[in-house]
Design a protein around this ligand. Structure first.
Ligand SMILES: [Zn+2]
Length: 156
């Protein structure tokens, strides 16, 4: 029914963008982008603007935005919890660095690209076509997921 919101974050919200990507949300970071362009891209791509700038938040123009108050990315995520849904299937479906949707890759193909203990203990891998980074559900994934479970009250 309702499609997932997409976000456009100001460049001091880089860490928050990573959390949103970890949850599977399309989240772009605007590098020193003007208010005019924030609005323009927001409209064009139907993105919700997340900003720490009161100037942007108070702009009289009508566009979807949210003022982020905390300086801590973890608290920032909780500030916008009401906009988010925890969807197990979407978790870690995007590259944390470039926002690109990850694609699955055969284990044999990455044999020499990951540490051997990872190769021995993991079975499913995905990778980012943009930066080439390979992802698997190892300890980093488990740590992040544990934190996300805490926010969203998931006891799975
Ligand atoms: Zn990437």
């Amino acid at each position: 029914m309702s499609s997932k919101p997409k976000f456009l974050l100001s460049d001091n919200l880089n860490k928050l963008a990573k959390w949103l990507r970890a949850l599977g949300y399309d989240s772009l970071v605007g590098q020193s982008i003007s208010l005019h362009n924030l609005r323009r891209i927001g409209y064009r791509d139907r993105r919700i603007i997340l900003t720490r700038s009161r100037k942007v938040a108070r702009s009289p123009h009508h566009f979807p935005r949210r003022l982020i108050r905390s300086e801590d990315s973890w608290q920032q995520l909780q500030e916008i919890k009401d906009l988010l849904e925890y969807d197990e299937k979407s978790i870690f479906s995007r590259c944390l660095e470039c926002n690109r949707v990850l694609v699955p890759i055969e284990k044999e193909q990455i044999k020499n690209l990951v540490p051997s203990f990872v190769f021995q203990t993991q079975n499913s891998f995905s990778y980012c076509k943009k930066c080439g980074k390979i992802f698997w559900k190892g300890s980093h994934y488990k740590d992040m997921k544990k934190k996300l479970d805490k926010i969203f009250g998931n006891r799975g």
